[in-house]
Each structure stands twice: as C-alpha cells, then as structure tokens.
Design a protein around this ligand. Structure first.
Ligand code: AVI
Length: 351
C-alpha cells in the first residue's frame, strides 16, 4: 500500500552479481505536495471526514509503523514471519523453479529475506525486485539483502500496480509477493482492482503470494490497533503533524484522540482521529478552515480481516487460481499461493 509517487526505475549502478551499490535514486522522486493537497481538501470537506491511509507513511509514520510491528499486541508481523520461517522452501518450490521474485510494498524486506534464502538454496542466483513508494524503505531493503551475495536486487520506486513497469524477466517464472496484510488496507473494490492489475502484468504460469490477516474476534483485534504503549495512537496522530508541516495547517494534536472501532458488518478495524472539542483548524496551503464538532471523527484507515473463503474469492475474482495455503498454528494469518491461469482461447472467429 502507501503510495502517491510515480515510477522511477532505480537500476543504475547495479553490480553484475549483487546489489545496486548506488542505492535508490531519491532525487528522481516527484514532489507529492499536489497529491497531498488534493487528497486532504477532498477528504476533510466530505460529510464523513477522511484522510487516505497512505498519508500515514511519511518518514516519522514509517518509523512508527516499524515500531508497531514489534509490539506485543501486533501479532501480524511475527505470525507471518513464523510461517515464512517454517514454509519458505515449500512456498518457492510450489511456485515453480527457477524463479524470480517481485515484491509489492517491500518495506525493509526482512521477512522476504526468508523466501530469498530458500530460493538461493535451490538455484545459483536470483533476481529480487522490491517495489515501494518509499525510497527509505527501498534503501533499507538493499542494506538488509547485501549479505546475500548471489542475489541481484533491482529496486523500483513506484506506485503499484498503476505505475509499475516490470523489467525484462530473467527466469522462467515470476513470483509476485504481497505480504504484511497490506491488502487489508484497501476497500474490497480497490483490492480487487489492485490484484487484477498485478495479474495483468504477469504471464500464465506465474505465481502470486498473498499474506493476509484472517478474521478473528475483535477482542484480539482491538489491542493490535490500540496498544498499551500508545505507539499506534502516535502513528495515527502523526498524520495531523504531517499536515501542519506540509500544508501549513494548525492542528493541535492534544485536541484529537486516537479511536479504534470494529465494524462487524464490513469485517474491518477502523481507525479514527476524534476531535475532543469543537474547533476550527486553518490549513494555509489550501486557503481553507475546517470546522470540527466535539466528537467528530476523521476516518484515517481501515484494516479488513477476511475469512479464508473471502480471501480465496478475492483471488478468484481477480483472475487467479489459488493453489496452496500456509497458516500459523492458531490460523490467525494465512499465506496463499495462486497461479495465473493459461489464457482462454477466444471463441470469437473460431471455426
Ligand atoms: C500496513 N498495514 C497492514 C497495517 C495494518 O495492520 O492494517 C497498518 C496499521 N495501522 C495501524 N497499525 C497497523
């Protein structure tokens, strides 16, 4: 998830075998001021005030999210890592060797290194293409993988899948991985469009690995998004600090509180910022003043929790054929491997 940038392939300075020593070309990242301003104006003038979740991930937000992944309440990251630790060899073998891996929303690639190590145990070299909207995340991924000497890393700074142009393939098969339950931050129609976009960029026989949190009791979900140490609250409130900095807004963070709701009908956790007083907040760059009633909320993020059947349906609706699944012992989190089917021959004009 997380993106408003446009594509910049960052593959200059690659060693023959190894990692892009020059790192990621940050200077080529476009200014996102217009994207931020447009999204904030639309979101804060709507009847239900909203801010798009990608705004949560500026430098501070990304660092806070890394902290979240290590919280005792936030079981998602460590559960997915445990599945990868025990099943990476099976996963890459099931995807079909020889293989290259593309990762959407790669982040720091710490979990993916488990898949890459399993792959390098099965083939002499491999290409890994991390795709992310954050140059910082791509630099971290490059640094994390420097130790895997037989791995070629070709980072791409891009919003996916819209602006994603995949490089020439180097192996018979591609495996696109989308981990971390990032899919859960998209509404169902957006999630389907995203997966369809990925499928269209692949060839028949290529594979897709989806890591997604599973539906479970709100008693377990709520603390994961409302931790005792208040890290998720700071992560959520940081979006207002971002608007102060980037748009000259005058949000007083002490006048908003982090709020978590479980929406059973939609099967999603919802994050809000609730105004604790009646107030008007000027936003200089928008030449606007936003009025809040006491108790009025800004919806900042949704995190969908799909059942196993709903995850399967999502993949099938996007044109994939689910083939295999791996879970943790508690069945809290699932990794599903799906295949791009052979293209059906068109009957139009067939004799
Ligand atoms: C990135 N994404 C999968 C996280 C989630 O669990 O939905 C974002 C997050 N927001 C608050 N905590 C974690």
């Amino acid at each position: 998830m997380r993106g408003s940038l446009t594509t910049t392939a960052a593959d200059e300075g690659m060693d023959d075998v190894g990692i892009d020593r020059a790192g990621v070309d940050v200077a080529a990242a476009p200014d996102t001021f217009a994207a931020v301003a447009t999204a904030v104006r639309a979101g804060l003038t709507a009847p239900q005030k909203t801010l798009p979740p990608w705004l949560l991930y500026d430098g501070t937000g990304s660092a806070l999210f890394e902290e979240i992944t290590a919280l005792p309440e936030y079981y998602l990251t460590r559960t997915e890592r445990a599945i990868l630790a025990s099943s990476s060899d099976e996963i890459v073998s099931a995807a079909g060797l020889p293989l290259e891996i593309v990762e959407l929303g790669a982040g720091s690639a710490t979990k993916t290194s488990l898949l890459l190590e399993a792959l390098l145990a099965r083939q002499p070299t491999a290409l890994y293409t991390p795709v992310d909207v954050s140059p910082t995340a791509l630099r971290l991924a490059v640094a994390e993988l420097r130790r895997l000497r037989r791995l070629h890393v070709r980072p791409i700074l891009a919003r996916y899948p819209d602006d994603l142009v995949l490089p020439e393939r180097t192996a018979e098969r591609r495996l696109v991985v989308f981990l971390g339950s990032n899919i859960g931050n998209y509404d169902p129609s957006e999630a389907r469009a995203l997966l369809e976009g990925v499928r269209r960029r692949l060839e028949p026989g290529d594979a897709f690995l989806l890591g997604a949190d599973l539906a479970k009791s709100p008693r377990l979900l709520r603390p994961a998004y409302d931790d005792a140490a208040g890290v998720t609250a700071r992560f959520n409130l940081n979006v207002l600090a971002r608007l102060n900095r980037e748009l000259g807004a005058a949000f007083n963070l002490d006048r908003f509180r982090h709020l978590v709701k479980w929406n059973a009908a939609a099967s999603r956790v919802e994050l809000y910022l609730e105004s604790t007083v009646a107030q008007t907040v000027p936003i200089r760059a928008l030449n606007a003043k936003i009025t809040f009633a006491r108790g009025e909320r800004i919806h900042t993020e949704s995190s969908y929790k799909l059942t196993r059947t709903a995850q399967r349906r999502l993949l099938v609706d996007a044109g994939f054929q689910p083939e295999a699944r791996w879970y943790d012992v508690r069945k809290w989190f699932g990794l599903t491997l799906a295949r791009v089917p052979a293209r059906r021959r068109s009957r139009v004009g067939a004799s």
